[in-house]
Structure formats: C-alpha cells, structure tokens
Design a protein around this ligand. Structure first.
Ligand code: ADP
Length: 489
C-alpha cells in the first residue's frame, strides 16, 4: 500500500460522490511530500448538498426518532468495523499526516472506536429531571431532544480521534452530522464513513464534505441556515471567524482552541516521573498537540540537574519515518507548518533562549524528503518572550526557571491560553493549590493526557468555549424541553 494513491470522495446522503464542479486537491504526505490522495474539493454548493441530506435525515428520517438502544446497536457495529480495519486506518493516517504508526495502532484507532462506544452507551443511560408540585397539581418534567444538524469541523493533528470525539456524541444523542475533516488529513474520515455505511446507518445521518475552510465548504457550514450547531477544534483565530459567521444564524458553538500549557516541576517531584511525563508532554505527536505542556517551569533548586537529564531524554527520542514502529517523532504535517516551527526556533535564538539541543531539521537519508525537526529545547527562557507566549505546535520546549510556588502559578497564568496544565510534586497541598489557582480547563497532577470521557474537556480564556465529555456533551448536543402538566384538582 505504500505508494498507492487514494481517491477520496465526499460522503453525502449515504453515497460517495465527487464535487459538483469536479474539483479535487492533492493530500500530500509529510513523509516525503509526495501525493497520497486525490481528494474531492468541496465548494459551498457541496456543503449545501451535505446539509440538505443531513436536514432531510433529521426532519423526516428515523434516526432522531429511534430509541437510544437502536442507535447504540448501529454505532457499536461501526466501532467494531473501525477496530477490524485498525491496520488500514493506522497506515493511512500515518501516511496522511505523519503521526508515528505505533501511536495510531495503540491509541488513535482504539480510542476512536472507544469514543463511539462510550457515547452510544452514555446516551442510553440518559435521564431527565422532574419538578413535581403536588400541592398545585402540577408536574413539570424535562425532555432531552437532539438539536438538529451538527457541523463538526476538525483539525489535522489527531484526525480520526478528534472527529470521533465530535461525531460520536452528536450521533448518539440523535443528531445528524456533516463532518468537514482538515484538508491536510482527509483519508481516515472517509474510511470511517465506509464503516458507518456498512454498519447500516440510515442515509444522510452522517455526511463528510472534504475541502478547505475560508470561502469554501468549511465556511459554508458555519453560515448555512440549515445547520443548528458547530463544534470546532482548531486555532483560536479560526474560532473567532467561525463564531462571527455562526452568529448570523444564532448557532450554538463549542470550541476547543489553542494552548500553551504550563508544566510545573517542583523540587519535591519524583524526577524520573516528571522527566518522562514532561518529555511526553511536548514531544508526543511531534508537539502537534493543543494540550501540549509547551512551557516547562522548573524550580530553581533542581533546575540544572533536571535540565541536563531532560536534554538527554529529548536527544534519546527516535526521529524517523513514522511507518517504522520504533519511531517516536515523525514529520510535521506540511512544509508550511515546518517553516512556521523553524521560524519560531530562529525567533527563540533571537530572543535570547539558550538552545540546549535540536533547533534544526533532520535530513539524514530519506528523511531529507520529509518535514522532520529534531526535538528542540530552549533553556533560560523568559515567560514574556514570544516563544513562551505563542503556540508553536511543534517539538520545541521552552524551559523557564522559578523560585517559589506563587511565582510558578503567576507564570502559568501569564498567558492568553488556558487549556491544560501539569504539576509534578509529591506534596498534596501544592497539587491542590496549583489545581485551584491555575486558570485552565484541565490540570493533570503527576500525569499527562490521562482522560476520563465522563469528565469535562475544554479550555478557559482563548482556549475555547464550552465543555464536551459525558453529560457536558449531552448538554451541548441536546435541547432541553420543559413539559408542564396541570392535573385537575
Ligand atoms: P490549522 O491552521 O492548524 O489548519 P485551522 O483552525 O485553520 O487550523 O483549521 C482547523 C479546521 O478548521 C480545518 O478543518 C479547516 O479547514 C477549518 N477552517 C479553517 N478556516 C475556517 C473557516 N473560516 N470556516 C470554517 N472552517 C474553517
């Protein structure tokens, strides 16, 4: 399969179709910058077609009217099919966007299947409230109904996993969906559409439109009057544009946006654990992670020792072809993104950061064809510098020393983002204090990336609007209706 070029089409109304005007674009593999797929390029007219299919399926079709148990059965069948196509999904995702295949096999594909199962099960457990007033002979209770047509606009860094995080609750709670995958990583969404087709999902319930955002399919989904809600993961700047566009038709929105999360290492931490966690925190997925612990705050007493070991751990990471199971760091998603990350590395040096390791492309052998960057660590960084304030979204760590806990908390909060954070300490009081005082949607204590799908997930400040996960997703993807019954006295 290595050199095969795929034809990727839209999935609309239960069929794989080309764009109305026949337009296509090439998806380029970051491994060698060769074409991996010819992809249907959706225009506004294609988005309209998908919304109409989803609208029909919602207004007249069986899906919103089915029992959650019946929906659960179909979603579970799709999840089983996703798992049965693990190797195929993993290899295409890796070729499409450069993620190490070991991650795809052990995390992205299984978690995608799990997300679908989790929300299908969760929706079946749905319960509502009652407000009885027997003294007035009145009973008020609530019904939860699906909202309608959901536009799911997703990014390229965890393509199938983040798509499933949106599509799973949308479907499980009875909505219909138009998914617009990121243009850099379109392939897995089409494979998942095949799984839903084979699982017997009624036509028009799940649609996929490929293409770009501005002035194209993506933007149209945010302005179309037939779309009821938009869930989006991507850059904060894009979130602003989508919110403004969606405001015209008063759509409900949920956004998970950028981050520059602080990872605070206290002198009393388990240092081995902290090194492992904070290395993973920035270098997993080549640093293309919105939750990344991309500011490493280390207490001065252990700063020198920690830094030395941290640099050694960064240098031990295996950069290579992501199709190789031993690879830990693959190429960056595109040449454009590579340039952006390299320009931040240049900026870091100009701002006065001490480059401890990395800071360059990796171009040995066949890697010269791809977008590889060596794990990079800047020490002695001031939190006010741009490399400490802006999201780089690559394998670049900035290390900031601090003296006291108060100072660490102040530094952590001195940023426009508030997505996540980590604290590494053996002191329970310190952990609680950091968790309470740092303004973020998630705070991890002595761990990273551990997720419970029932818990709220989202960001504060410029990192997002709303929360998803368990009952939080139910809140977003359903309408509450009050039913008031007056009994005769
Ligand atoms: P990145 O720059 O990392 O690709 P973006 O936030 O631009 O991140 O993109 C995330 C997703 O949002 C992609 O699917 C992209 O096509 C889509 N997108 C970008 N701009 C818009 C827009 N104006 N309206 C709707 N979707 C958009």
């Amino acid at each position: 399969m290595t050199d095969e070029i795929l034809q990727v089409r839209h999935f609309i109304g239960g069929e794989f179709v080309d764009s109305l005007d026949g337009a296509t674009f090439d998806s380029i593999s970051p491994i060698d910058n060769a074409v991996v797929a010819h992809v249907a390029e959706g225009s506004a007219a294609d988005a309209d077609r998908a919304v109409e299919a989803a609208r029909r399926a919602f207004d007249d079709g069986p899906w919103p009217r089915m029992s959650p148990a019946a929906r659960r059965k179909i979603i579970h069948r799709a999840a089983d099919l996703i798992e049965s196509r693990l190797e195929e999904l993993a290899s295409w995702e890796t070729r499409d966007m450069g993620k190490p295949i070991s991650e795809c096999r052990t995390k992205d594909v299984p978690r995608t299947a799990h997300n679908f199962r989790f929300f299908a099960d969760f929706a079946e457990m749905q319960h509502t409230e009652a407000f009885p007033k027997p003294w007035d002979n009145v009973l008020t209770y609530t019904l939860r109904e699906p909202v309608g047509v959901s536009a799911c606009i997703s990014p390229w860094n965890f393509p199938m996993m983040l798509e499933s995080w949106k599509v799973a609750p949308a479907l499980a709670f009875g909505n219909t969906v138009v998914l617009k995958p990121a243009e850099q990583s379109p392939i897995s969404a089409s494979i998942i559409a095949e799984c839903f087709l084979d699982a017997g999902l009624p036509e028009g319930v799940f649609n996929v439109v490929h293409g770009f955002g501005p002035d194209a399919a993506g933007e149209r989904l945010t302005t179309h009057p037939g779309v009821d809600l938009v869930t989006f993961t991507g850059e904060s700047a894009t979130g602003r544009v989508i919110m403004a566009n969606a405001a015209q038709t008063l759509k409900r929105v949920s956004f998970e946006l950028g981050g520059k999360s602080a990872s605070i290492v206290m002198a009393d931490a388990d240092i081995d654990l902290a090194i492992k966690g904070t290395i993973d925190g920035i270098f997993r997925n080549q640093g293309e992670v919105c939750l990344a612990g991309s500011r490493l705050l280390v207490q001065r007493e252990i700063y020198e020792e920690f830094l030395e070991r941290y640099v050694a751990a960064a240098e031990a990471l295996v950069v290579g072809d992501p199709r190789d199971a031993a690879t830990q760091i693959g190429p960056l998603v595109s040449t454009e993104h590579l340039e952006k990350v390299l320009s931040y590395i240049e900026l870091g040096q100009a701002e006065g950061g001490k480059l401890m390791t990395g800071g360059h492309r990796v171009t040995e052998g066949a890697l010269a064809l791809g977008n590889y960057v060596a794990p990079t660590v800047f020490a002695d960084v001031d939190n006010s510098w741009r490399i400490a304030q802006e999201e780089i979204f690559g394998p670049v760590q900035v290390v900031v020393p601090f003296d006291t806990l108060e100072e660490a908390i102040a530094i952590a909060n001195d940023n426009r983002y508030g997505l996540a954070g980590m604290v590494w300490t053996s002191n329970l009081n310190t952990a609680h204090r950091v968790a309470r005082e740092v303004r973020t949607g998630t705070m991890w204590v002595n761990c990273f990336f551990v997720r419970d799908l029932r818990a709220p997930f989202g960001g504060m400040k410029d990192s997002g609007i709303g929360r998803e996960g368990g009952a939080y997703s139910e809140e977003f993807f359903t309408e509450s209706k009050a039913v008031v019954i007056q009994f005769p006295s």
